[in-house]
Design a protein around this ligand. Sequence first.
Ligand SMILES: CC(C)(COP(=O)(O)OP(=O)(O)OC[C@H]1O[C@@H](n2cnc3c(N)ncnc32)[C@H](O)[C@@H]1OP(=O)(O)O)[C@@H](O)C(=O)NCCC(=O)NCCS
Length: 170
Amino acid sequence: MIRSAAIEDAPRLAEIHITSWQAAYAELLPAEFLDGLSAERATRTEQWQDWLSTDSPKRSVLVVVDDEDVVGFAHLGPSGDKDLKPNEVGELYAMYLDPGRYRQGWGSALMTAVFDELRASGFSDASLWVMTGNASARAFYEQAGWEADGAETDQCLGITMPAVRYRAKL
Ligand SMILES: CC(C)(COP(=O)(O)OP(=O)(O)OC[C@H]1O[C@@H](n2cnc3c(N)ncnc32)[C@H](O)[C@@H]1OP(=O)(O)O)[C@@H](O)C(=O)NCCC(=O)NCCS
């Protein structure tokens, strides 16, 4: 089942966010940095609580639920890129599953809901940034219909890391 996130989901979202970074980025980011994220659960839970309690137009958090357990999330809203129109282009800011749930179809189910939600919010196009070296996610996005548009950055997810932009027509 996929539903909008509730404020009570904040601790689980923080946990998935951290453990999924630690699993997915083990070969991309220093172990020390990733290990240090475990100490950020409380502050990240508060950050999720803030996001979920603030009514931002066209912004939403979707969660995928298996037998009452939240196993992944997607955070989406207007594009934050200067060269894109935020009224027209919706951005998938983040999409993370519990590491025990990778490659079982949960991400594909969530992506269908992401596209539906972006269309329902009135966007005609979508964008996302993914670390250049994140081959697994890039393969996932490509099979879901996303294509790299040539834009690149050195700053991704708040850290210095090369990333590429993908786009999709809605
Ligand atoms: C990326 C992610 C959301 C994909 O969700 P998922 O449930 O694992 O993906 P699915 O099982 O729906 O995969 C669908 C298809 O995508 C492709 N795919 C998914 N993971 C892949 C991988 N590791 N390598 C190659 N192709 C992959 C395959 O074509 C797959 O179909 P198949 O399993 O029948 O071959 C999830 O793996 C995840 O949270 N990864 C870690 C965090 C991350 O990198 N997030 C993106 C940040 S930008």
